[in-house]
Design a binder for this molecule. Structure first.
Ligand code: MD6
Ligand code: FE
Length: 210
């Protein structure tokens, strides 16, 4: 049907098998103020990796389960190791946004219980990795980008060899699951945005079922 409301419907594109991009779907202004509030409870921090290094980017969590890394490995924890308290509650707005985005991409009843927030500054990048610390891989991952644009790289079934690059802009939401749930992916070095030279940060919020 082609009617007056067509241009109010979210734009959704399958950019890779079982990987969907909803361009500009999220209101980043509201999300960012929530991220600032959450990080005043559980602060952004770099985490030690099992190899004895530190994660290049800062991160924090909200919701029942938070992703953590230390000398013992990667896993989900209910207690923030810095505050020794539960992670801040997932804002209902976040949970609903993730559910709605997943539904638009064809994943019904996505009930996320883990929300990871990554913070990038100019010069930061995220190397090729798989997201495989969750208990089940039937649920999709919903990922929201805020602030500086990023080039998201999809490597596919092996760690190297870029198959697809996607520009993720402020307010873009990506949903992926199904056959692509375990693909290798990463984020290229974040650069200054010539159109918005004062922007200095990127945040990425990912929702998962831990
Ligand atoms: C980022 N995202 O966009 C990093 N992982 O900053 C991820 O590593 C990621 O966006 C799994 C699913 C969606 C993602
Ligand atoms: Fe990832």
């Amino acid at each position: 049907m082609n009617d007056l409301f067509d241009n109010l419907r979210p734009q959704i594109e399958e950019i890779y098998p079982s990987t969907f991009l909803l361009s500009g779907y999220a209101d980043s202004f509201v999300l960012l103020s929530e991220v600032m509030r959450l990080s005043s409870i559980s602060p952004f921090r770099k985490m030690q990796t099992p190899m004895g290094h530190y994660t290049g980017i800062e991160l924090t969590n909200c919701g029942p389960f938070g992703w953590v890394s230390d000398s013992k490995g990667y896993r989900y924890e209910q207690i923030d190791p810095i505050t020794n308290k539960p992670w801040p509650e997932m804002p209902p707005l976040f949970h609903q946004l993730a559910k709605d985005a997943a539904k638009l991409a064809g994943f019904k009843k996505f009930d996320s219980n883990a929300c990871l927030v990554n913070h990038y500054q100019i010069g930061d990048k995220l190397g090729s990795h798989q997201d495989k610390d969750e208990g089940e891989f039937d649920s999709p991952i919903v990922s929201i980008s805020i602030g500086l644009p990023a080039t998201f790289q999809i490597f596919g079934k092996t760690r190297s060899g870029v198959e697809k690059e996607v520009e993720l802009k402020d307010g873009d939401v990506m949903v992926w699951g199904g056959d692509s749930r375990l693909i290798y992916h990463g984020v290229k070095t974040i650069k200054q945005d010539k159109l918005n030279p004062k922007l200095s940060d990127r945040y990425n919020i990912t929702f998962r079922k831990a």
